[in-house]
Design a protein around this ligand. Structure first.
Ligand SMILES: Cc1cc2nc3c(=O)[nH]c(=O)nc-3n(C[C@H](O)[C@H](O)[C@H](O)COP(=O)(O)OP(=O)(O)OC[C@H]3O[C@@H](n4cnc5c(N)ncnc54)[C@H](O)[C@@H]3O)c2cc1C
Length: 473
């Protein structure tokens, strides 16, 4: 049911990501043209590529590093996400325990170390991205979800996490929503940040260390070239075609059509959507509490994530996760009226006291979903190329870890990271079309049904669970 004020609230929302719609967005760097050489070529200027560039230079300042980006750095998922920077490398502890029981303690420790290192880098390079370690509050909005929170609390405590179960009154005292029945506050394993400013800050830091970056430069093909690799780049209205001969290549292209064919079986692009409100007035802030500014998420299969920005807006996203036949991606798919209406309705159901508040921005973006919900890694061209992909909606923090893994893989020596099962094992592949689309739609339908029926999973979901297959955002 559409609430009466939903239409008005969305009427003036700009169809662009709030984070990228800023006057201080950096000017684009010139496209690459003609022949070039590099020790390390990085393809993709989202977090994964930018972290790879920065870490490569920090480790070996003499290494000649060149990064090419098809658009501008951070224009895609990295500049338009919710800004939840989680310690988890496994899309949550429970998923990690299920899939990597033998090494989850180590992965949990590495994830914590990774988040600490992100905080330290932000401070060291003076990256102005509103990085605040305010934690995450998971809320139950249906009675059956309370048992899930209790189980997660128990699991978190077993791994030494600073987690606190809140009953109905306690959670509503934190954040005033009539829908909350209980909560689980993880106090320090999630930071909130301004996603585009993190990307722009990493780009600035990489440039300062001498990384060469070319924007509006799409790599169209890779091939062997003697003892090196050769990447060809498309020309555009302002650029001639170019080529880079590089000793090594790091592929950080997320959900985009991969340059290594075999990656297609493991990845599907899934559209996720978000709304941003206008800044709240002091009276509206008082009406919702939320003084501790945690990141919030509800706990159905189709979940919402929401948070406050530095200038007092609320970002509200999630719920729908939309796949298009044949891995289709297109700018037009970043807008979806039905999803925005549903999100706005859910927002005012969560915070009825904010009726009358308007949304300033609405947008969507693509997530690189894989069947195990956390990144996978590998090499190609006899170890001259490394890739990291499949972050599945939780890549803000994990991409830095992915960058470390790619650099270790390119180093060619076994390291504590390359020995991990997480790094050596691949997810189960998605089937080819048309079974791929049919399977994803059946799974989404089943997940929505489970949400409507106290979390009960039907035969299809139970079969997928047994096979270790799934679909998430
Ligand atoms: C709406 C939304 C909300 C999200 N919320 C969160 C969140 O709160 N927390 C969280 O942890 N994660 C979240 N995510 C996921 C997170 O944003 C991603 O996991 C992360 O940004 C992935 O970084 P990346 O560098 O791998 O990919 P991207 O940022 O997508 O970067 C890949 C880059 O590669 C470039 N590229 C692709 N092909 C080529 C080519 N051939 N040549 C040159 N360049 C190429 C693209 O132009 C792109 O810029 C969200 C994602 C979306 C879409």
């Amino acid at each position: 049911m559409t609430l009466p004020h939903t239409g008005r609230a969305l009427a003036d929302a700009a169809p662009v990501p709030y984070w990228l719609d800023r006057p201080d967005r950096p000017d684009p760097l010139p496209p690459l043209a003609g022949p070039h050489q590099a020790d390390l070529l990085i393809v993709g200027g989202g977090y994964a590529g930018l972290w790879t560039a920065l870490l490569a230079k920090e480790a070996r300042p003499d290494r000649d590093v060149l990064l090419v980006e098809a658009g501008t750095c951070g224009w895609a998922a990295s500049g338009r996400n919710g800004g939840f920077c989680a310690a988890s490398l496994t899309h949550g502890l429970a998923n990690g325990v299920d899939r990597f029981p033998g090494e989850i303690a180590e992965l949990d420790r590495l994830g914590r170390e990774n988040l600490d290192a992100i905080a330290a880098t932000v401070a060291r390079h003076g990256i102005d991205c509103d990085f605040v370690r305010s934690g995450e509050l998971a809320v139950a909005v249906e009675p059956y979800q309370l048992a899930g929170l209790a189980a997660d609390a128990e699991l978190g405590r077993r791994y030494g996490h600073d987690v606190h179960l809140l009953d109905r009154d306690e959670v509503r005292a934190e954040v005033h929503s009539p829908t909350y029945l209980g909560g689980l506050w993880d106090r320090d394993r999630v930071a909130l940040l301004d996603p585009a400013r993190l990307a722009w800050g990493l780009r600035r830091a990489a440039l300062d260390l001498g990384v060469r970056i070319h924007e509006h430069t799409r790599v169209t093909g890779l091939a062997r070239d003697g003892g090196a690799l050769r990447a060809t780049t498309a020309g555009g209205p302002d650029a001639a075609p170019g080529a880079v001969r590089a000793r090594q290549v790091a592929l950080a292209t997320n959900a985009f059509p991969p340059l290594l064919r075999r990656l297609r079986a493991w990845l599907v692009p899934v559209y996720d959507y978000a709304l941003m409100t206008e800044p709240l007035t002091p009276a509206q802030r008082d009406a919702i509490g939320w003084a501790n500014r945690q990141g919030l998420a509800d706990t159905g299969n189709q979940f919402h994530y929401y948070r406050i920005t530095a200038d007092g807006r609320i970002l509200f996203g999630g719920y729908d996760a939309v796949y298009h036949y044949g891995n289709r991606m297109a700018p037009s798919l970043e807008q979806r009226a039905a999803t925005f209406t549903a999100l706005a309705d859910h927002f005012f159901t969560t915070f009825p006291q904010l009726a009358g508040l308007r949304f300033s921005h609405r947008w969507g973006g693509v997530i690189d979903t894989c069947t195990r919900f956390c990144a996978f890694f590998g090499t190609g061209y006899q170890g001259r190329l490394a890739y990291a992909a499949g972050f599945t909606g939780l890549g803000v923090g994990a991409t830095r870890f992915g960058a470390r893994v790619m650099l270790d893989l390119l180093g060619g020596e076994e390291t504590p990271l390359t020995r991990l099962d997480l790094v050596r094992r691949k997810p189960l592949p998605f089937p080819p079309e048309p079974v791929r689309a049919a399977g994803i739609h059946l799974t989404r339908w089943s997940l929505a049904r489970a949400d409507a029926h106290e979390g009960r999973r039907n035969l299809w979901l139970r079969t997928l669970d047994r096979l270790g297959l799934g679909f998430d955002s």
